[in-house]
Design a binder for this molecule. Structure first.
Ligand SMILES: [Fe+2]
Length: 413
């Protein structure tokens, strides 16, 4: 076989080796080091380096270096490339400019061949090689082989750059998404404050219902996303009150039947307001619509029964009623906690879903026992409201009753 034929075969083998290295290694630096190793081995060279080119900074970052002194730079800042007539960079001249910049320094580093790495005309890096071990000058074929191998390495650099760009954009998207979520939550809080502003007797009601709903859902094992959703639903459940006459909402006395039916429009109105919004959590409009439904079908606006009522609406309904019972109104003082527990016992399976009442009592019991902190429920109720040594036993008794078969069956009928 002729020398020329042997060299061609050798070149093919080197290209095949390089292809294998590039495909097998997922670590970028390792991949470039292996690629340089193949090039040096194919041509019998002891020293060399591969650098990545950053156009914006006019810099070279050396990714792989072999056979150089310790003080060989890791990064190289170049003189900015000259502009062409159109004001932009001419691709070919950029490569030549890089070559010229490096040639002037190559002597000190003893590099004999500088080959820019181009991908579709774009300069992505450079490979620099020292002289051959057998002290022969580089032939035209050697230079061709370096160019062929360089194309593979260039594609590796280019792909790495694309990957970094994708990662950067993904990070940016994540940041924007977080900002958007923050904005959504702030808007929800602002709306809750607007709802509560309209009703001068129930300050902070929406916020407390949001918090109670969140606690119950968490106790029932809902996912983080679902818990966030129900918290929003709690905040916004009374948004329909924005369309109800302020005098009815703020009446210091019990309202008459006509006023009552006007007030009872608020769940449906709330649904109308919330439905067109593309919420990050599903079912928020439905939770507002059905938060006055009852398990026994005697609620409004639709008279839904048992499991016809969405689970979230059952939770918001209990949170809403609990806050109404435990806060003062102009025509009545709030109930004692014993009375509230009695109401739970009496109305579980009628007004409330027993599993929801049981979850709420479990969360409260954990706070009473100091097993759950911060004690959100106790803090919202104020000091001294839930007290008595027998309170844990009372709650335990009620939970056991509520979790018994009789109650659970009632809630599904
Ligand atoms: Fe309501």
């Amino acid at each position: 076989m002729s020398d020329r034929m042997l060299r061609v075969l050798h070149a093919f083998a080197a290209i095949a080796d390089l292809g294998e290295e590039l495909a097998e290694t997922s670590d970028f630096d390792e991949m470039v080091r292996s690629a340089l190793h193949v090039v040096l081995g194919a041509l019998g060279i002891r020293r060399g380096a591969v650098a990545e080119y950053e156009r914006a900074a006019a810099s070279l970052t050396f990714v792989a270096v072999r056979g150089m002194d310790e003080d060989f730079p890791r990064e190289l800042w170049l003189k900015p490339c000259g502009h062409d007539e159109s004001g932009g960079f001419a691709e070919v001249s950029e490569a030549s400019w890089l070559e010229a910049q490096l040639q002037s320094r190559s002597e000190g580093w003893k590099f004999e061949l500088v080959s820019p790495l181009l991908v579709r005309g774009e300069l992505v890096g450079v490979i620099m090689l020292g002289g051959k071990a057998i002290d022969e000058p580089f032939s035209t074929e050697d230079a061709e082989l370096v160019r062929a191998l360089g194309r593979h390495i260039g594609i590796g650099l280019h792909n790495h750059r694309l990957l970094r760009e994708v990662e950067r954009r993904a990070d940016e998207n994540l940041r924007l998404y977080d900002e958007l979520r923050g904005l959504y939550k702030d808007t929800v809080r602002a709306f809750a404050a607007a709802i509560d502003c309209k009703d001068k007797y129930t300050q902070g009601h929406s916020e407390r219902v949001g918090k109670y709903s969140e606690i119950i859902a968490r106790e029932m094992g809902w996912s983080d996303e679902e818990v966030e959703g129900i918290s929003v639903a709690g905040y916004l459940h009374d948004i329909g009150k924005l369309v109800v006459d302020r005098n009815i909402i703020n009446s210091p006395n019990r309202i008459d039947a006509k006023q009552s039916s006007e007030l009872n429009r608020h769940p449906a109105a709330g649904y109308e307001i919330l439905a067109p919004i593309n919420h990050p959590y599903a079912d928020i409009p439905l939770m507002a619509r059905y938060h006055h439904e009852r398990i026994d079908g005697r609620g409004y606006p639709c008279g839904l029964k048992g499991d016809e009522i969405p689970p979230g609406a059952k939770i918001v309904a209990l949170a809403d009623s609990f806050d109404a019972m435990t806060t003062d109104r102009p025509y009545r003082r709030r109930r004692s906690f014993d009375e509230v527990l009695e109401d739970f016992r009496h109305n579980a399976g009628k007004q409330f879903a027993p599993e929801v009442v049981a979850a709420f009592c479990r969360a409260l019991l954990k706070e009473v026992r100091g097993e759950r902190r911060p004690r959100h429920i106790l803090r919202m109720l104020g000091k001294g409201y839930v007290e008595g040594e027998d309170m844990p036993a009372q709650l335990e008794g009620l939970i056991a009753e509520l979790e018994s078969d009789a109650y659970m069956t009632a809630s599904q009928s």
